[in-house]
Design a protein around this ligand. Structure first.
Ligand SMILES: Nc1ncnc2c1ncn2[C@@H]1O[C@H](COP(=O)(O)OP(=O)(O)O)[C@@H](O)[C@H]1O
Ligand SMILES: CC(=O)N[C@@H](CCC(=O)OP(=O)(O)O)C(=O)O
Length: 274
């Protein structure tokens, strides 16, 4: 087929890096700058998903909006959804996109509402009312526009926001968006999902960066949880990582944002989930 007639949404089965960056890095300007330089240097298809929970909490405090979390999910009432829409969809997303443009990477900032890429369901109230929090199902994602951006060499940058298809923005955990996008795009690309944070990987001893667990399967995960060596944010991150692997994502890694370049190669650092 002639190149000019090639349907760019029909991708050859090549590699795609889906990279998630968390709040501790975003909140540190020099760490973020170094990370974005490395992200820019990655050749080929790539998507960035950012969090920003820490920044939303800080700005909320200045505005008199208190943050409450249950099981790692922010209780998102009316004023909190406005707060996170401004912080994730505006401040954080647009600053990252502008920095990437300055580094020569053509990026487009998106929420899940844009191009209807991530329709979500407001979490039903059972014992806890999470408010405007969205649960996602990767089989409902509309990835055609994403494929088109990627096919044109544009890197999508996602804020952790989705929508309920009835006009409301929903707050969705960034780790979950990353794993679900990885699943949705695995039909089109060989996906490597990389969770970047401030530690070397999943650690046997959280206070010692020399104790990286290089390979983590479910049996070892269960054992480490029983030994109480894993707690807080790393637990939902690992759960999301296993969900991705179970749903056919080629590779999932949890590692240090500073090791991003190494973690795009087979000579990776960090923790490989399998
Ligand atoms: N064994 C462990 N190895 C690595 N991190 C751990 C471990 N146990 C608990 N953690 C905590 O999990 C945190 C990562 O989760 P989180 O703060 O949600 O990251 P992010 O905001 O980057 O997504 C680490 O900063 C660390 O405090
Ligand atoms: C529902 C829910 O909890 N959403 C998260 C979204 C941000 C996030 O995931 O940020 P990090 O990756 O930096 O933790 C929140 O508002 O904190």
């Amino acid at each position: 087929m002639e190149e000019k007639n090639r349907d760019i949404t029909q991708q050859p089965f090549t590699s795609l890096f889906i990279i998630k960056i968390g709040g501790n890095i975003i909140d540190n300007p020099s760490a973020l700058e170094a990370f974005l330089k490395d992200f820019s240097a990655i050749k080929g298809a790539k998507i960035l998903i950012h969090g920003g929970g820490k920044i939303a909490t800080k700005i909320g405090e200045k505005l008199g909006i208190r943050s409450n979390y249950i099981d790692g999910r922010r209780i998102t009432d009316d004023e909190t959804i406005d707060l996170v829409t401004m912080v994730y969809g505006g401040l954080v997303n647009k600053k990252i996109v502008a920095q990437l443009q300055a580094l020569g990477t053509n990026a487009i900032g998106l929420t899940g509402a844009d191009a209807n890429i991530i329709p979500a369901q407001k979490r039903p109230v059972k014992t806890i009312d999470y408010g405007w929090v969205g649960d996602v199902d990767s089989s409902k994602f509309n990835v055609q526009s994403l494929l088109s951006f990627i096919g044109h060499g544009v890197a999508p940058v996602f804020a952790p926001l989705t929508h309920d298809t009835h006009g409301h923005i929903l707050n969705t955990n960034a780790d979950t968006i990353a794993s679900s996008l990885a699943v949705a795009l695995s039909a089109h690309y060989k996906v490597r999902l990389i969770y970047c944070f401030e530690k070397k990987g999943v650690l046997e001893d959280v206070t010692n960066d020399d104790t990286v667990i290089r390979k983590l399967d479910k049996a070892l995960y269960t054992q480490l949880k029983q030994e109480q060596k894993l707690f807080e944010g790393i637990l939902p991150k690992i759960d999301n990582a296993f969900n991705a692997i179970d749903a056919g994502v080629h590779q999932v890694l949890i590692g240090d944002a500073r090791d991003l370049i190494k973690n795009t190669t087979d000579n990776n650092e960090g923790t490989l989930i399998y």
